[in-house]
Write a protein that binds this ligand. Structure first.
Ligand code: KG4
Ligand code: ZN
Length: 338
């Protein structure tokens, strides 16, 4: 049978990424991460957009080169339509449109949140694809959702954050502790050396399957202010225990809702995605769910969990098979929903 090659382009936030997929298999997955935001402790939209403009051509060139193909062999171009930062999305959208137009091949628009979930359908040795229906929890610096996935493009958001994303909870807590940005990985590392029950933070009361993380950030702020007043060295002396306690609280919030979602839907196949799925505590909690609740859990290869273009390319491939193409006048959409 004929080979289908699709170029995927991702530019929704602060990573400029391009990937080439051959049928269901990733041939290249290139990411230019923007270091510039570290000194600001968060993503600065104007700087992100400018960096995308500088990165997109070399990143796409590298993706094609690494895949060992030329532009002329491409079957289609897939790009992230949203959700994300408008200025960032526009760079990928316009680039993809002109490339597809110039090559006279189909253009495919991709929902970034669906892509985090469909990353599980990339052919990768040692990684099983979840069977339908399954629950997907997407946890990152920009998103926190629980999605019921009935088919590739039949998805329903059954729970989501009403304020901060879970990755923001890690990053903002870390900032209060004087850690660098993003703080998630550092908190994870220190949590392994600390006592998760050293300090207790109350969990938010949120209805149904929704999440809230802004209260936790405030609770941590007041806790630190109070303790530092008594002991100026409180943070340094207890850093590992504080990190372990914060992580323990966050994981509790996530797993409580996941358990509830599984119970309510009767679905025991659980998949996760997004940068926070790298967290060792959340991975352990999922494994525990296998023995405690009879779950089967799915964690994609790390490079496919954080923002990447391979996940855009696999959605491009699935839509290509459905002949689900976009028109040339398709627009980026900052608040695109699943
Ligand atoms: O998916 P991602 O790379 O970008 C988006 O936000 O879309 O996720 C980045 C987020 C950051 O908030 C970072 O702190 C968090 O994922 N993160 C972690 C870990 N690794 C990355 N949070 C907790 N533990 C980790 N090991
Ligand atoms: Zn993302």
């Amino acid at each position: 049978s004929q080979n289908i090659y699709i170029l995927g382009i991702e530019s929704s936030c602060d990573d400029t990424a391009a990937a080439v997929i051959q049928n269901g298999k990733i041939l290249s997955n290139i990411i230019a991460s923007q270091k510039i935001h570290e000194e600001y402790g968060g993503v600065v939209p104007e700087l992100a957009s400018r960096a995308h403009q500088q990165n997109i051509v070399p990143v796409v060139d590298q993706a094609l080169k690494k895949a060992g193909i030329t532009k002329d062999q491409l079957s289609a171009v897939a790009f992230t339509k949203g959700p994300g930062l408008m200025g960032s999305l526009l760079v990928g959208t316009s680039f993809a449109k002109s490339l597809a137009y110039g090559l006279d091949i189909p253009l495919i628009d991709v929902n970034h949140m669906q892509a985090h979930i469909l990353a599980h359908f990339i052919d990768e040795e040692g990684f099983d694809k979840p069977p339908f229906p399954f629950l997907a929890m997407t946890i990152s610096g920009g998103h926190t959702q629980i999605v019921k996935v009935t088919n590739h493009f039949d998805m329903e958001v059954i729970g989501e954050t009403i304020d901060d994303a879970v990755g923001e909870a890690f990053d903002k807590s870390g900032k209060l502790l004087g850690l660098g940005y993003p703080a998630g990985p550092e908190i994870d590392k220190r949590a392994k050396l600390g006592n998760p029950k050293a300090f207790k933070f109350s969990k938010p009361k949120v209805d149904g399957l929704n999440f809230s993380f802004s209260g936790l950030k405030t609770a941590i702020l007041y806790f630190i202010q109070r303790e530092v007043k008594n002991n100026p060295n409180f943070i340094e002396e207890n850093l590992n225990d504080i990190c372990a306690s914060i992580q323990y609280t966050i994981i509790g919030i996530l797993t409580d809702k996941l358990k509830k979602a599984s119970k309510e839907t009767g679905i025991k196949h659980i998949a996760i995605g997004g940068g926070v799925s790298a967290n060792s505590g959340i991975r352990r909690a999922l494994k525990d769910g296998e023995s405690k609740h009879g779950w089967t859990t799915y964690v994609p290869k790390f490079e496919f969990t954080t923002d990447n273009a391979a996940m855009i390319a696999i959605v491009g491939y699935l839509k290509y098979l459905d002949k689900d193409f976009a028109a040339q006048n398709v627009m980026a959409s900052a608040r695109l929903k699943i």
